[in-house]
Write a protein of this length. Structure first.
Length: 106
């Protein structure tokens, strides 16, 4: 069994198995299956089998949770969790008022 490590630290393994050929039963009708991206499979009679959506739903939920987490910051001193968007709006307002009041940046 040859095995090797690529440059991205992913491991690949290839192997060959010798077996005796199986004889298949005779059938009256033949059927074809087309695997695709928009539909998981399309059968030769036109029926479509939808792709499993659980992975896409989990990916969407993970993105949403990641965005929520990236907007939060925990204070190292007191452990309070702050919303960065809210704090940014406060800071912009404070700077704007300070500049308008004539105490601009130094």
């Amino acid at each position: 069994m040859p095995g090797w490590c690529g440059t991205t630290a992913w491991y690949f393994l290839g192997f060959v198995v010798d077996t005796e050929p199986d004889t298949l039963l005779e059938v009256e009708a033949e059927s074809g299956i087309d695997l695709g991206l928009s539909a998981f499979a399309v059968l030769s009679d036109g029926r479509k089998i939808d792709s499993p959506r659980f992975l896409r739903r989990a990916e969407t939920e993970l993105k949403r949770l990641g965005r929520e987490l990236s907007r939060k910051a925990t204070c190292g001193g007191c452990g309070t969790v702050h919303d960065r968007d809210h704090n940014a709006a406060r800071n912009v307002l404070f700077e704007g008022r300070r500049v308008v009041a004539g105490r601009g940046r130094r």
